[in-house]
Design a binder for this molecule. Structure first.
Ligand SMILES: [Zn+2]
Ligand SMILES: [Zn+2]
Length: 102
């Protein structure tokens, strides 16, 4: 075990980035990760309007956060943590997909 010079959490010896604060031991600074789920890769058409539904972002759950306005809808997805969001530009229909692994 070694400890993070930034937040002093313990880090496994084979990790080069602190799991807690993203401090990179090789770069000696906190690094931002590119989120691999940030891009939508699906080609989706609105069933109603037959127009392509553009990718509108990635919706993520944060640990301990409430589901808010979505209420019970997402409880069935409790084991998932990220969704790709597509919105129909014509009728406003929203589709969620579990984020794909790239
Ligand atoms: Zn740290
Ligand atoms: Zn539509």
């Amino acid at each position: 075990m070694k400890s993070c010079p930034n937040c002093h959490e313990e880090i496994e010896d084979n990790f080069e980035v602190c799991w807690n604060c993203n401090y990179s031991l090789t770069e000696n600074k906190v690094v931002e990760f590119e989120d691999p789920t940030i891009q939508g890769t699906r080609k989706i058409k609105c069933l109603r309007c037959d127009v392509p539904m553009p990718y509108s972002g990635n919706f993520k759950f944060h640990e301990g956060s409430r589901y808010g306005v979505f209420g019970n809808l997402f409880e069935v997805f409790e084991n998932r943590e990220a969704f790709d969001l597509y919105v129909c530009p014509q009728c406003g229909k929203v589709e969620f997909f579990t984020a794909q692994a790239h």
